[in-house]
Structures are given as C-alpha cells and as structure tokens.
Design a protein around this ligand. Structure first.
Ligand code: CO
Length: 148
C-alpha cells in the first residue's frame, strides 16, 4: 500500500514536471526587472511553448510597461530600436518577422500569455527574451537555450 502511494505521488510529480517544461512564467516588477534570467525550450518535448507574463507591480503600462519579446540574440538590438520607433502603447513594429513570439505590453496587476510553435527554432542558436519598452531591454532580458 505504501509503495502504491509513493508510485502515484511520483507519477503526479512527473506529470507536473512535464507540463512545466513547455512553459515558463516570468514576473516583472516596478523596478524594471524580470524575476527570470533564463529558460530552456526542448523541441523534442515541446511542439509548442507558452510564456506567461505577470506584472507584479502597481505602475501603469504607460510608465512601467512590460512585455516579453523573443528573437535571436543577433536581432535584439535592431528589433528593440524598431520597437521604440513604432512608439506607444505597444512598442513593437507591426509584422516584424524577426519576432518569434511576444506578449502584450502590460501594466501593474495585469498578465498575458503567448503560445508559439517551436518548429522554426534551431538548437544551439542563441535566443533572448526582452522587454521592448524604451530603456528596459538593457536590464529586462534573458537567455533562451534551445535543445532538440
Ligand atoms: Co518593461
């Protein structure tokens, strides 16, 4: 009986872990920070991947907006510059094909999620996630490791 309980606990734990591998929750704050510095995407396990963004602060999006934009590391600067040029409130260039996925720009107390196909991601390539609000991406950024 004891073995059975342990087995079912292990099974529940591994199911939870599997679900976790195909998503990440990133929380931003009023001090222009994410709580996450990096995450990994395993293409073999995850045909799709979901990024949940939460803004744990209180400031409105116009003052302390946060989103999550995913691009190749090589594209971060250019996409960020074009995003600033695109202006408020979204700070993203419409139809920018260098953007792999992005959430909405949100303010304190809000949240948003985006689910995207991992098919076009290349294992070993350098990817980053960052906030495209002006001045934020120097601090609000992190690394994404893609594996097969
Ligand atoms: Co931000």
């Amino acid at each position: 009986m004891k073995k059975l309980i342990i087995a079912s606990l292990l099974s529940a734990a591994s199911m939870g872990a599997m679900a976790e591998t195909c998503s990440v929750t990133i929380t931003g704050n009023d001090a222009m920070q994410y709580d996450t510095k990096e995450f990994a995407i395993n293409k073999g396990e995850c045909a799709e991947f979901t990024v949940h963004l939460k803004h744990g602060g209180q400031l409105p999006a116009a003052a302390m907006g946060h989103n999550v934009v995913i691009t190749k590391t090589a594209d971060v600067e250019a996409v960020s510059n074009d995003a600033i040029a695109a202006g408020a409130p979204n700070y993203l260039k419409e139809g920018d094909e260098r953007i792999i996925a992005h959430t909405k720009m949100i303010g304190g107390g809000e949240e948003d999620s985006v689910t995207f196909s991992t098919e076009g991601l290349v294992a070993g390539e350098d990817y980053e996630f960052f906030c495209s609000f002006p001045g934020h991406h120097a601090i609000m950024k992190g690394k994404i490791t893609v594996t097969e």
